[in-house]
Ligand binder design. Structure first.
Ligand SMILES: Cc1ncc(C[n+]2csc(CCOP(=O)(O)OP(=O)(O)O)c2C)c(N)n1
Length: 275
């Protein structure tokens, strides 16, 4: 991949961050921390990897993305709008009753493959999509974005066991390991320990990367394509609130909107991001 393509992806990730904060600030509600940490991964998926067609959101051969950490919907909606699934004008409907963009994703929003929000549940759903793809002899691939707090849910491990058992090599888990959950540091609340060793023991191909390094994200997604006979997990080491100094690793911005002053400072920082 050429340097200017990487540069464009980084710029897109920054747009995702800015649009997420604008959405949350306007609604005075939503989840900034996890939207900012996932932005680089979403930019790489939507603008490099996924085989999708925004004009045909329900194309049966499309690659699927399951946002299992459904609360981080602002980042997701920003990526979908930038990709052309719906107009950026829809951002005004975020968290409005009957709006197109609900607080947690709904299936009536173009581009959304999974109605998420109950942590853990998206992982077995992604398994099912991947298994269905195998049974139907389709070539599509399935990606699922999981939070590190979310990985404390038992269903994540049950799903991991079955993904390996069914040899779902068309399935990629991506762990947004941003170190912080709703009320504090994941390590202190319930440490998931050596995530790489755990998923390896479950039978996964494990790739560990810096989840804010675009070259590494692209490299991991490409490497996963080549693996046969087992699912892949990309453990993406990220920073909750990435890009906004006072939100970084600060659990207080897990699910809180910035006030006027905070919003102004956040936008200033993102507008001055160096790539
Ligand atoms: C089953 C379930 N329990 C609790 C919640 C409330 N909740 C929403 S987000 C969150 C913390 C998630 O942390 P993490 O997975 O690390 O998300 P991120 O840091 O990426 O935002 C919690 C407890 C939920 N949505 N679902």
């Amino acid at each position: 991949m050429k340097g200017n393509q990487i540069f464009e992806l980084k710029k897109t990730a920054n747009e995702i961050r800015k649009e997420s904060l604008i959405m949350i600030y306007r609604a005075q509600s939503g989840h900034p921390g996890g939207s900012l940490s996932e932005a680089d991964i979403l930019a790489a998926l939507y603008f490099y990897k996924l085989r999708i067609n925004p004009k045909k959101p329900n194309w049966s051969d499309r690659d699927r993305l399951v946002l299992s950490k459904g609360h981080a919907s602002p980042g997701y909606y920003a990526a979908l709008a930038l990709k052309g699934y719906f107009s950026k004008k829809e951002f005004k409907s975020y968290r409005k009753i009957n709006g197109l963009l609900q607080g947690h994703p709904e299936l009536n929003t173009p581009g959304v493959d999974y109605a998420g929000g109950s942590l853990g549940q998206g992982v077995p759903v992604a398994n099912g999509m991947a298994l269905a793809g195998k049974l139907d002899r389709k070539n599509y691939r399935v990606y699922v974005l999981i939070g590190d707090g979310e990985a404390q849910e038992g269903v994540v491990w049950e799903a991991s066991m079955s993904a390996a058992f069914y040899k779902l090599d068309n399935l990629v888990y991506i762990l947004d390991k941003n170190q912080v959950q709703q009320t504090g540091k994941t390590k202190e609340i319930m440490d998931i320990g050596d995530a790489a060793a755990k998923w390896k023991a479950f039978g996964f191909n494990v790739i560990e990367i810096d989840g804010h390094n675009m070259e590494q994200i692209i490299g991991a997604l490409d490497q996963a394509d080549k693996v046969k006979g087992k699912p892949t997990i990309i453990i993406a080491n990220t920073i909750k609130g990435k890009g906004v100094s006072f939100m970084e690793l600060n659990h207080k911005f897990h699910g809180k909107a910035p006030n006027d002053e905070e919003f102004k400072q956040a936008m200033e920082e993102l507008n001055n991001t160096k790539f």
